[in-house]
Write a protein that binds this ligand. Structure first.
Ligand code: PHE
Length: 356
C-alpha cells in the first residue's frame, strides 16, 4: 500500500513540478523551484531513502521511477534556465536607448607634419615653374659631397660643413659621409641625364629635396638634422638673371606679391658667382626679431654652376651654363608660420604639431 503511494507521489511531483515551472520567469524563482523539486527533501529523495525497506519486486520499480522523474525535472530545469537567460538579454537590448543629443566622441585625425606640408607646397610651386622632383641619396661619398663640387681634399671651405662620417679609415680620401647638403645631387642628376645622350646632354630643370646632417652646435636657427631643397637648371644660355627671376618669383608665390627679397654676394666652391638669398622678415616688418635676427631671414644659397662642376656632371661648360640654389624649407616654414625655434620640428611635441 505505502509502496504504491511512493510511485504515485513521484508521478504527482513530476506533474506538479512541470506545471509550476511554466510560471517561473526569473533566476530567483528558478532557484526556489529547484529547491522545491530537486532539493534535499523531495519526493525523489524520499523514494531513494525508502528503497531499503521495499520488497524485492517493488525496489527496482521505485528506483527506476525516481530516476526517470529526476532526469525529467533536471532536463526541464535546464531548458527553462536557458530561456530565462535569453529573454533577460533581449530585454536589456530592448531597453538600451540611443540619445542623439549626446555630444559626439572627439575624433583625433592624423595630419601632415608642417615640414611635409611645406615641402608639398614647394613641389607644387616649383612644378608650376617647370621643375621636376629628383631624389638623391642621403648617405654619400666624400667624392660626391665635396670633391666633384670643387672642394678638393683639405680645402678650407669644408670646415663650413662639419661632417658626420659613416665610415672612414679604409677608404682613404673617399670616406662615406652623411650628406651635409643636397648639392651632391647636382652631379648625380647631371650625370644621369648626360648619360642619356653624351654628345648632346638634355637641358634639365630639377629640384632635389631631402635630409642633410651636420655636426654642429644647435640653436634657434641650426639643427644637426635639417632638410634642404636643391634646385638646378642647366641648358644653353642660362644667366644669373634667370636665377634672380626664379627665386624672386618663388618668394612672391610663397609670401605674396609685395615681399622684399635681396641677394648678397657670397662664396661657394661649386658656384661662381655665388649669392645668399634673403627674404624680408614680415613677422617683425624687417625691424629684427627672434626668428630673423636682423630683419632679413636667409633662406638659402645660390649661384651659377661652377664650370668644373658642369664638366664633372658631363656638361661642356663652353656650351652649357646653369644656376643652382639650396633652400631651407624649415626656414621658409618658420617665416610663414612664425615659428621661432627650428628645434621644434623634430621634437615630436604634440603641442607644436597640433597647430598645423
Ligand atoms: N649647398 C649649399 C649649402 O648647403 C647651398 C647652395 C646650393 C649654394 C646650391 C649654392 C648653390 O650651404
Amino acid at each position: 500500500m505505502a509502496e504504491e503511494n511512493v510511485l504515485q507521489e513521484l508521478e504527482d511531483a513530476l506533474a506538479k513540478g512541470l506545471e509550476d515551472l511554466k510560471s517561473v520567469a526569473s533566476e530567483e524563482a528558478l532557484l526556489a523551484w529547484r529547491n522545491q523539486y530537486l532539493g534535499k527533501n523531495t519526493a525523489i529523495t524520499q523514494a531513494f531513502q525508502s528503497l531499503g525497506k521495499l520488497s524485492a519486486e517493488m525496489r527496482p520499480q521505485v528506483g527506476q521511477a525516481a530516476n526517470r522523474v529526476k532526469v525529467a525535472l533536471e532536463a526541464a530545469l535546464a531548458e527553462r534556465s536557458e530561456s530565462i537567460k535569453e529573454s533577460a538579454l533581449a530585454a536589456s537590448i530592448a531597453s538600451e536607448k540611443l540619445d542623439v543629443t549626446l555630444p559626439g566622441r572627439p575624433m583625433t585625425p592624423g595630419r601632415l607634419h608642417p615640414d611635409t606640408q611645406m615641402l608639398r607646397e614647394l613641389y607644387r610651386v616649383f612644378g608650376e615653374m617647370g621643375f621636376q622632383v629628383y631624389r638623391s641619396r642621403e648617405v654619400e661619398t666624400d667624392e660626391y659631397n665635396f670633391q666633384l663640387l670643387n672642394f678638393p681634399v683639405g680645402h678650407p671651405a669644408r670646415d663650413m660643413q662639419d661632417t658626420y662620417f659613416v665610415e672612414a679609415g679604409e677608404r682613404g680620401d673617399n670616406p662615406i659621409v652623411m650628406r651635409t647638403h643636397t648639392s651632391p645631387g647636382q652631379v648625380r642628376s647631371m650625370r644621369e641625364y648626360a648619360a642619356t645622350n653624351p654628345e648632346n646632354p638634355p637641358a634639365i630643370r630639377l629640384v632635389l629635396p631631402g635630409m642633410c646632417y651636420r655636426y654642429e652646435q644647435t640653436d634657434a636657427r641650426h639643427e644637426t638634422q635639417f632638410d634642404q631643397i636643391e634646385g638646378i637648371a642647366v641648358g644653353e644660355g642660362i644667366t644669373f638673371s634667370n636665377l634672380k627671376a626664379t627665386l624672386s618669383d618663388l618668394a612672391r608665390r610663397l609670401f605674396g606679391q609685395n615681399v622684399r627679397t635681396r641677394f648678397r654676394a657670397s662664396y661657394f666652391p661649386f658656384t661662381e658667382p655665388s649669392a645668399e638669398f634673403d627674404v624680408e622678415c614680415f613677422l617683425c616688418g624687417g625691424k629684427g626679431c627672434a626668428v630673423c635676427g636682423g630683419g632679413w631671414l636667409e633662406i638659402g644659397g645660390c649661384g651659377m654652376v661652377n664650370p668644373n662642376v658642369l664638366r664633372n656632371g658631363g656638361y661642356d661648360p663652353e656650351r652649357y651654363s646653369g644656376f643652382a640654389f639650396g633652400l631651407g624649407p624649415q626656414r621658409i616654414a618658420m617665416l610663414r608660420y612664425g615659428i621661432n625655434d627650428i628645434r621644434y620640428f623634430w621634437e615630436n611635441d604634440l603641442r607644436f604639431l597640433e597647430q598645423f
